[in-house]
Design a binder for this molecule. Sequence first.
Ligand SMILES: Cc1cc2nc3c(=O)[nH]c(=O)nc-3n(C[C@H](O)[C@H](O)[C@H](O)COP(=O)(O)OP(=O)(O)OC[C@H]3O[C@@H](n4cnc5c(N)ncnc54)[C@H](O)[C@@H]3O)c2cc1C
Length: 461
Amino acid sequence: MTIRPAAGVSFEAHIPVLIVGAGAAGHVAALACRDAGIDCAMLERDPQPQGSTALSSGLVPAAGTAMQRAKNLADTPALFAADIQRKAKGEADPLLVGRLSETIGATVDWLAARHAIPFELVEGFVYPGHSALRMHGTPRRTGAELMDCLAAAAAAAGAEVLTNAHVVALYADGDGRVHGVGLVRPDGTQERLGCDALVLACNGFGGNAEMVAQFLPEMRDALYFGHAGNRGDAVAWGRALGTATRHLGAYQGHGSVADPHGILISWAVMMEGGIQVNRDGNRFSNEHHGYSEQSVAVLQQPGRIAFNVYDDRCHAAALQFEEYRQAMALGAVRNFADAQALADAFGLPHENLARAIAQTENASPDPFGRDFAGKPPLAPPYWGVRVTGALFHTQGGLVVDDDARVCRANGAKLPNLFAAGGAACGVSGPAVWGYLSGNGLLSAIGLGRIAGDAAARSVSG
Ligand SMILES: Cc1cc2nc3c(=O)[nH]c(=O)nc-3n(C[C@H](O)[C@H](O)[C@H](O)COP(=O)(O)OP(=O)(O)OC[C@H]3O[C@@H](n4cnc5c(N)ncnc54)[C@H](O)[C@@H]3O)c2cc1C
């Protein structure tokens, strides 16, 4: 990934706004450009745009949406911003938190009303760290469905996607103004496309083992569950251009990936009262701190595995997720008449497991500080899943201002470079514990629209 001098370079074609990457961030940026009447093209290395977005559950947190109002839910951007900062221990950029929490509600409404993305409010349980029901997802609750809908919307809006277009170089001048990009086709053919503004929407570095080892050493040997093509190109270009990067140690992990099936088990089962035990049948953490940091807690257990244990009520809450239903079909999710049967099946000491289940009765203060009040204690029959921890995506990246403009360390903005989604530093603070559920698509969809709007404004003068 290089920066090449732009002087004297001729480009085969010129498109006002180019967007590197065609995941959620790229598509939403493209929709914003098209709504502003500006021509744009997404450049995507894969034969078909998928990205981590298609692998995700596709759930977008947003406050103040029409869907919340229709249910008379009291939620505000200020409440959402406070939740983000509480989780990030106040270490997220307050300007960006303010802008994202204030605009994401209108962005979800805009995608639903103008671009026919069939968002629904996800009901039944509140995600960890959120003080309101504010997750929005498409009917099947899958990122693949969200990507299909975004692709259809982009096509209808006239936003072009060039697939099999691996961007390998940016052409820039001494001021950091980007004049175009160089891309390579699968057969090795090289092309150069010129632009007036460039949006980096090529996510973070979860697919780059060296960067993961350098910045996220605790995840070095963990399963990477995101898109393999996200190799940290935005960070590499940004650094070569002299831009600032921040919070490269931040990421979303997940402590509930079925092992060995490799399928996500919704955290709804924990929020409704489920627990995680290790091979010794003991709980080892407060499961309500968040599924992200739980990845590390699970990987620290014997054999790097844990067991989700929950009952019918929790199971019912998870059934709305297609992935959960798939996990059932694969045999990852198993049902047991009682704790003895579950312990026998997974080889757990029964006495310890029974003690762990008894902790959900809330009779004495929880050793890990979890408050079990508000949910009934677990009752047989039980459900059990063997799980491990995984890395989902990185949250650190290029520093952007609240218009998604890429900044230098001294705060100066690059003339025409924008970043959105995992390419930009998100709002999760410096480490795994700062990730509030949904911060990934908040950055992708929220910053995607902001970047697309700002890039369109910049080229329309
Ligand atoms: C299993 C899983 C579940 C998740 N669930 C949720 C959830 O429910 N809610 C939530 O908020 N977040 C969730 N996330 C995180 C979320 O998926 C990401 O934060 C989000 O999809 C990032 O969007 P993006 O557009 O930045 O990146 P992506 O969707 O990954 O798109 C980036 C695209 O850029 C392309 N690209 C990369 N480099 C180049 C290059 N040099 N040239 C051309 N193209 C390039 C890639 O091929 C890719 O298609 C989940 C993640 C995983 C893995």
